[in-house]
Design a protein around this ligand. Structure first.
Ligand code: DG2
Length: 246
């Protein structure tokens, strides 16, 4: 027997479309992102993968994506759990900056270190600045970061995985996780035992469900890397994420 997990990066956001570093800034989906989210739901229906429970971040691009996808799959009624631990990685002082301009200003090496290195975080965001979250009531009392690399995302996502997601999987529920490029990369790294160098080359497309069947004993993937429900579309979209900024 296997357990079923579906990882879904939100549809394109308005800031993805504008090529801005987003992180914890709470931006909405673009029109294209809304359509991607609905299509994600139809892909789940067509594949016969119907979630019993959904876990989301606290950011509206993931929440709206989950709502639209589940509505399209006629599963809008399932229980929902949300946590900041599934938020996008905090992009520190880069939040709100244009990716192309940042690449031009700092050069390829620094740009990619900030975007994809495992443990080099961007500079910290200034408290009280336009795109910081220190006064945001949804994070009150939580140990919220001022910047994060993927390593820190994994450190805060893993306790949530163990405490909230694993029990749902073990109860035999089909679990949908609606989250973000880098919070999903951290989960993929953990599930597939991907090393720190290799994970730099793994990108997650928007709005295409990634299905994992997990071994019931080990909770490790039966098929390494899982299966995108639209593999062809995923290939093109992954390349586009990899090339952002260029
Ligand atoms: C993007 C990821 O996060 O950007 O924060 O800019 O998945 O919430 O759109 P998402 C952001 P990259 O790390 O791919 O540059």
């Amino acid at each position: 027997m296997t357990y079923t997990l579906v990882l879904l990066r939100h549809g394109e956001s308005e800031w993805n479309a504008k090529n801005l570093f987003t992180g914890w800034v709470d931006v909405p989906l673009s029109e294209k992102g809304i359509e991607e989210a609905k299509r994600g739901g139809r892909l789940m229906t067509d594949a016969g993968v119907l979630p019993d429970v959904v876990h989301t971040s606290l950011l509206r691009r993931a929440i709206t994506t989950a709502n639209l996808a589940l509505d399209a799959a006629d599963r809008h009624w399932i229980p929902v759990k949300r946590s900041w631990r599934l938020n996008e990685r905090h992009y520190g002082a880069l939040q709100g900056k244009n990716k192309k301009e940042t690449l031009e200003q700092y050069g390829e090496e620094q740009f990619m270190l900030w975007r994809r290195s495992y443990d080099v975080p961007p500079p910290e965001i200034e408290l009280g600045s336009e795109y910081s979250q220190d006064a945001d009531p949804r994070y009150a009392g939580e140990p919220i970061p001022r910047t994060e690399a993927l390593a820190q995302v994994l450190d805060r996502a893993l306790p949530y995985w163990d405490a909230e997601i694993v029990p749902d999987l073990k109860a035999g529920k089909t679990v949908l996780v609606a989250a973000h490029g880098n919070s999903i990369r951290s989960i993929v790294k953990y599930l597939d035992d991907i090393d720190e160098q290799t994970i730099a080359g793994i990108n997650i497309p928007t709005g295409i469900p990634l299905l994992y069947e997990l071994d019931e004993e080990t909770l490790k993937p039966v098929t390494a890397g899982g299966t995108y429900l639209d593999p062809e579309a995923a290939k093109a979209a992954i390349a586009a994420v990899a090339n952002q900024g260029r």
